[in-house]
Design a protein around this ligand. Sequence first.
Ligand code: SAH
Length: 343
Amino acid sequence: MEKKQLLGLFPQELAEELAEYKLPGFRLKQIFQWLHRGAGFADMTNLPKALREQLAERYIDQPVTILQKKVSALDGTVKMLYALPDSNCIEGVLMRYHHGYTLCVSTQVGCRMGCVFCASTLNGCVRNLTAAELLGQVHAANTQIADGHVGNIVLMGSGEPLDNYDNVCRFLRLVSLDTGLNIGLRHISLSTCGLVPRMRRFAEEGLPVTLSLSLHAPNDAIRRRLMPVANTYKMEDVLDACRYYIEKTGRRVIFEYALNEINSSPEHAAELASRLRGMQCHVNVIPLNAVEEKALRGADEAAIARFMQELEKRHISVTRRREMGDDIDGACGQLRRHYLEEQ
Ligand code: SAH
């Protein structure tokens, strides 16, 4: 029998799941708190040993373990390859900024969006991650921190968060519980390639995280060359969904823009600025991280600087994403890819 994961259950659901053990309320509370502090059954020392053993026979406590890690000598960034209970693996990146630790969390094993520059999508999507496996990534990362814990989360690892909608919403609700990890929604960003109906639904979910939109192009023609999803949703509809998100949540939207050889001219910057005019937004330019299996080349430094200037001239707020852990691996999804090739 496959073991069930307990970490993704709300307190009430945990009580129902464990009903046959007839545990008093305080025991259930203890179990919930231990799980959400990252503990395994064996660590739950204020529980009777027999109960711990029974639970371990039927349930999984922490579903994510670290299989491999690389630590950057430049900035301390930790890139981790995690193992899941079914032997699939995913990856995560732990970054240290002056305001604390930020974890990049994966939402699927692989991805089915097919963006031409991205390594995560090379073998398609294997499966969605459960809410427990999303939380488990935070607990696994916390074991790597000696002086604090993960304070900020970006759902920017492998996978498309809005393609795993229910589990991602469940995760957001659990991770922000004050009896759980207590990471506020204001400290969480969700990045999407722009699944318009899901973006609109998410705007109404009452989960006001920062929305990052992977735009990567000033118009539909270029966007379609980079992102197959642009064949389904027009850029104007994506931008309208962003406006709706801003209206519903009062939060500004961040546009991600990986500069490469086909989207980085000054004319592209001017076109982008005119499309974004009047929106409460910010543009985050990302130097393209070259993926060996992909032909697309990144923009050079001069083109990046020029592109940013053109946006600034037009009063579009723009920053360049700081490159972290440059010495430990290339683009997102590459650590897993190399590991799978070795196996
Ligand atoms: N599926 C979501 C989140 C995952 S990717 C999304 O599309 O937004 C997180 C960000 O990294 C996205 O903006 C994605 O387009 C970008 N990205 C992926 N591969 C990249 C690469 N090789 N270089 C630079 N950015 C990349």
